[in-house]
Design a protein around this ligand. Structure first.
Ligand code: DMJ
Length: 621
């Protein structure tokens, strides 16, 4: 079994690298311009289809040309499309959409909504559009705009605050916008659901001078992080009252993905190094226990035993995140592997089993997800390697050929038969098309506010643009685009604020020499560390961390205690038993892909009987 899986993984990786080596028909700059125009047309086919057939319902049913309410019934797709309209330079539609939303959208409605989805799509959409519409330097300022979207965003966030009233600080998954949390609301939420709120709520706090939004969401992240396992992994689902993990599979995809994303991005946007500290620890553990070059698997968060040898399509954002962190070499390899799955079917299925080398049963669909395109964009931005444009061209072709339908773009129900499904998630316009357009515009010009604009932009997980303005970010006090800027001494000025041009400041190009470094830690060693707080590249070692101490109580739970903010050395305390346990797991974990040869032994000693059962069932599947 193990040999078969290793052989399959090898073949797939080989297949992937061969495909990327075959560069016969490279996208030229003029073709990139054409592709950019084709993507613009894709946007309008879907956007106009939504406006004509579905607006003001939430989402479009693009096969039957109707609308459906999928979130709160407040024109979700229009809100999610706002900053894409601005990015495309469509002043007219952007202006009238902002005006309509300001006049018509209200959140005092008796609807129970997902805190996560409402935050990333609606709050994120409103805030990014507000920041564009209210600022001359974006080139899209709307005359007579009077902060209507900011007021709506604040009202919406206030209505979600009751969700955070839990003993752990981790919010309920859903909240009623009029009445607070329903009496029978589930106490179980996902890690991504509780840990992907900091960017939007943090921006809101900084724009309204009301710290409550930032506080509750940071508290939620601390609540999750404090319950990480002894080997620094988090599970997929947690009880927000008891703090017990109810689903202990750790991974970088489904139910967890954007928890990692927001740790790094909250640091990049706000300059709060507590997030960086958490990210570094979490990232290190993910690369140690989940990464089987070039794939990622899911493991039990306590024992590190592989439970799911599976690529799931949500994992595909990870190489993009690695670019932001500066860990480029593994990002390139993983992207190539993930793209090989796309090439095989024309789309990525929701799940692809790495053991059987086939689509995971019940996970055959492609609901127009952006993640692989997102990583393609970031890798092109970092490397300027035209193979990423080739990949983008392939993706456009697949979507045009397989997903275009009468009134928009359809989900693909089955990536083998390419049967279409009558749905178009709002993230198709917020993210999928946006990343494609950014990719080709970057190759063609570029001519957009992300690349040339007055600020660096951090993308929320729905791809909404959050600018690192002086009001939002602590300018010059942290290293934005951490890895991407830290490898080249010549570019260091870019993030200390002395950059010579905006374009340069937003440029994440890497030089060949960067490629030879396989991890940020290697690069870190070559920099002086003392000036971090003044704005040099972060090179924090554990000894330089301050702010929080992490201790384990007798249950193995990590408690977070505010430490003296002024102390200059770390206050990281790890109990002896914790060190011993981690070492034991480390030793037995050989990293052999995809099964741990000591699995049975670990399972026997593990108290997680139910998990072991799950492992067996899933491996048999
Ligand atoms: C989007 O809503 C966001 O990207 C989220 O982080 C994951 N799911 C979808 C896209 O796949």
């Amino acid at each position: 079994m193990s040999a078969k899986m290793a052989a399959a993984a090898f073949l797939l990786a080989f297949f992937a690298s061969q495909q990327l080596l075959a560069r016969a028909d490279v996208v030229t700059v003029s073709e990139a311009r054409q592709l950019r125009e084709e993507v613009r047309d894709m946007f309008y086919h879907a956007f106009d289809g939504y406006m004509q057939h579905a607006f003001p319902r939430d989402e479009l049913r693009p096969l039957t040309c109707q609308g459906e309410d999928t979130l709160g019934g407040y024109a979700l797709t229009l809100i999610d499309s706002l900053d894409t309209l601005a990015l495309l330079g469509d002043r007219e539609r952007f202006g009238s959409a902002v005006e309509w939303i300001g006049e018509n959208v209200r959140f005092d409605i008796n609807k129970t909504v997902s805190v996560f989805e409402t935050t990333i799509r609606v709050l994120g959409g409103l805030l990014s559009a507000h920041l564009i519409a209210s600022d001359y330097s974006t080139g899209m300022k709307i005359q007579n705009y009077d902060d209507e979207l900011l007021h709506l965003a604040e009202d919406l966030a206030r209505r979600m605050l009751p969700a955070f009233e839990t003993p752990t600080g981790i919010p309920f998954g859903s909240v009623n916008l009029l009445q607070g949390v329903d009496e029978h609301e589930s106490q179980i939420t996902s890690t991504a659901g509780g840990g992907t709120l900091t960017l939007e709520f943090g921006v809101l706090s900084r724009l309204t001078n009301n710290p409550i939004f930032e506080q509750v969401t940071k508290n939620a992240v601390r609540g999750i992080w404090a319950r990480r396992s002894k080997i620094n992994l988090v599970g997929a689902h947690i009880n927000v009252f008891s703090g017990e993990w109810t689903q202990k599979d750790a991974g970088i995809g489904t139910s967890i993905d954007s928890f990692y994303e927001y740790l790094l991005k909250a640091y990049l946007l706000f300059g709060d190094d507590e997030y960086l500290f958490m990210f570094q620890e979490a990232y290190k553990a993910a690369m140690h226990y989940l990464y089987h070059d070039p794939w990622y698997v899911e493991v039990n968060m306590n024992s590190a035993v592989t439970v799911w040898p599976l690529f799931n399509s949500l994992q595909a954002f990870w190489p993009g995140l690695q670019v932001l962190y500066g860990d480029i070499a593994p990002a390139i390899r993983t992207h190539a592997a993930f793209f090989s799955v796309w090439k095989r079917y024309g789309f990525t299925p929701e799940g692809f089993n790495l053991a059987s080398f086939s689509i995971q049963s019940g996970q055959r669909s492609y609901p127009l997800r952006p993640e692989l395109i997102e990583s393609t964009y970031w890798l092109f931005k970092a490397t300027r390697d035209f193979r990423y444009l080739d990949a983008g061209r392939d993706m456009v072709a697949s979507i045009q050929y397989g997903a275009r339908c009468p009134c928009g773009y359809c989900h693909i129900a089955d990536v083998e038969s390419h049967k279409q499904d009558d749905h178009m998630e709002s993230f198709f316009l917020a993210e999928t098309v946006k990343y494609l357009w950014l990719l080709f515009d970057l190759a063609a010009g570029p001519d957009n506010i992300v690349e040339n604009g007055p600020y660096k932009y951090i993308f929320n997980t729905e791809s909404h643009l959050l600018p690192a303005t002086a009001e939002i970010a602590l300018a010059n006090e942290h290293c934005s685009y951490l890895g991407a800027f830290c490898r080249d001494g010549g570019e260091r000025d870019a993030f200390t604020g002395i950059s010579s041009s905006y374009q340069e400041a937003n440029d994440t190009r890497i030089t060949d020499s960067w490629m030879s470094s396989s991890s940020p830690s290697e690069a870190e060693n070559s920099f002086t560390t003392s000036s971090f707080i003044k704005g040099f590249c972060p090179t924090l070692t554990h000894d330089q961390k301050f702010g929080f101490s992490y201790t384990a109580d007798k249950h193995g739970t990590h408690n977070v205690e505010p430490a003296n903010q002024h102390q200059s050395h770390s206050a990281i305390m790890i109990s002896e038993s914790l060190v011993i346990n981690s070492a034991a797991i480390d030793k037995s974990y050989t990293g052999q892909y995809p099964e741990n040869p000591h699995r049975e032994e670990i399972e026997k000693n593990s108290s997680d009987e139910k998990d072991s059962q799950l492992v067996r069932e899933q491996i048999q599947t």
